[in-house]
Ligand binder design. Structure first.
Ligand SMILES: *Cc1c(COP(=O)(O)O)cnc(C)c1O
Length: 440
């Protein structure tokens, strides 16, 4: 086993995922390629669902934060498993709608939804809007009214918590671009506005404090602030708040040094704390919702690249360049996210070659990792990056006009393409060769 039970090394010394030889997968599907283990994703969904039902109650609904991995097939899997989803853009809503995902189980997020986005979501029958600001609140109210509807909403609140994670992925502080802060009085103002806006049905509160959180404490801290605020709003303004969404951010292990988050234990602790806080604040236990993204899909993934060059700069460092990089995975370039990499066709050999793994973009910052220990890499080897199921496919670009890699789903020893590789022709798809001039 390498990091997770579904990654292993076979008798030929090749890395396997879900029992399949990654060297064969690379030969069959080409590189770069993103592989996802469907059984792992389904087992994570079932774990969240079972824990939610056991600790939060029968009506608890964990949501998949679909920004972590958005494609039609993942929405089909979430629908099939009876999970809810959160969407943050009209594009995500559109794909969910196209695969027939039950709109009632969609939560629509985002700090700047346009009127067109709100109208689209209302017309699709989206179950819940997580409203970020006053402008959105009044637009949504008007659009819902015009349709003879009332929009079911949660308000996004910033509890003022620092979960000790990278600042680009920390979202719960008072100065966050998301939501309204309790500390400044703005959260109370938006609650009062929501109660007085026609077309709005305020049902609860939402917060999301950040990502890559490895213990229950930040969630418990957030719950403490949120439940106290909830009780305050119920008492002072008779706000009918019955739902508390504590966001996502449950941590994932990318390297040997990182710890593993105990999902069952964390959910149990959060539930016990919320129950205790509700008793102390004399309010009913709300419906508690979590919306993990990363922890459902990250560890399902492995990305395979082909090594092109190995450049040793004596006294400095060694570069191993692969046929992908920041275009298919910008996470290291953006946040210096640590990963585990290995040479898939030599996985049983000693990892004693210290490398900076570089991509093929014309950009010095195009790196996938530094200080990575690899098994004597050579041109033609297959380099595997583990735990790439989240925020990789969904963050990929066509920088340097590189076609995006395919997504291959494996299940019970079989592999199928669920998102095909882009072609050079796809790269031309939006270029207008015969422009129509506008008349003024
Ligand atoms: C990003 C995000 C999530 C999911 O975060 P993970 O770290 O992937 O679990 C959940 N809710 C909101 C509002 C988010 O922005």
């Amino acid at each position: 086993m390498v990091l997770y039970p579904h990654f292993d090394i076979n008798g030929q010394g090749h890395l396997t995922v879900g029992g399949l030889d990654t060297v064969k997968l690379a030969a069959e599907f080409g590189t770069p390629v993103n592989i996802l283990d469907e059984n792992y994703i389904r087992s994570q969904i079932r774990l969240y669902k079972a824990c939610a039902a056991q600790y939060f109650g029968a009506d608890a609904l964990p949501l998949f934060a679909s920004k972590a991995l958005c494609c039609a097939e993942i929405y089909r899997i979430a629908a099939d498993e009876g999970m809810g989803i959160d969407c943050v853009s009209p594009g995500e809503l559109y794909i969910a709608g196209r695969v027939g995902f039950p709109a009632q189980r969609i939560y629509f997020h985002g700090n700047n939804k346009t009127d067109a986005d709100l109208a689209m979501a209302l017309d699709m029958g989206v179950g819940t809007f997580v409203v970020d600001n006053h402008e959105e609140l009044s637009s949504l109210g008007e659009l819902a009214n015009a349709r003879g509807m009332r929009a079911r909403i949660l308000l996004r609140i910033t509890p003022g918590i620092d979960p000790h994670t990278h600042k680009a992925i920390s979202t719960g502080g008072i100065d966050s671009k998301f939501g309204s802060a309790i500390g400044t009085g703005q959260a109370e103002q938006i609650v009062v506005s929501a109660l007085n806006t026609p077309g709005i049905d305020l049902q609860g509160l939402h917060c999301h404090i950040g990502s890559q959180i490895f213990d229950a404490q930040p969630f418990v801290d957030a719950a403490e602030i949120m439940v106290a605020f909830m009780a305050d709003m119920i008492r002072k303004h008779r706000a009918p708040l019955t739902e508390l969404n504590l966001g996502g951010g449950l941590g994932v292990r990318y390297t040997e040094e990182q710890s593993t988050l105990d999902i069952d234990g964390t959910m149990k602790t959060i539930a016990a704390k919320v129950r205790e806080l509700c008793r102390a604040n004399e309010i009913e236990m709300p419906r508690v919702i979590l919306e993990p993204g990363r922890s459902l899909v990250a560890a399902a993934g492995v990305t395979l690249y082909t090594v092109g060059s190995v450049k040793e700069i004596p006294g400095f460092k060694n570069y191993v360049s692969v046929d992908g990089g920041m275009a298919d995975n910008p996470r290291y370039a953006l946040y210096q996210s640590p990963y585990t990499a290995l040479i898939a066709n030599k996985a049983d050999r000693p990892a004693d070659f210290c490398a900076t793994v570089a991509g093929r973009c014309c950009e010095s910052g195009d790196l996938l990792g530094e200080g990575m220990l690899l098994q004597c890499p050579e041109r033609g080897d297959i380099l595997a990056m583990l735990v790439t199921g989240a925020y990789q496919h969904s963050m990929a670009s066509n920088y340097n006009k590189l076609p995006r890699p395919p997504l291959v789903m494996i299940k019970d020893g079989e592999a199928r393409v669920v998102v095909r590789r882009e072609t050079y022709e796809d790269l031309m798809a939006y270029d207008v060769t015969d422009p129509v001039f506008s008349t003024r």
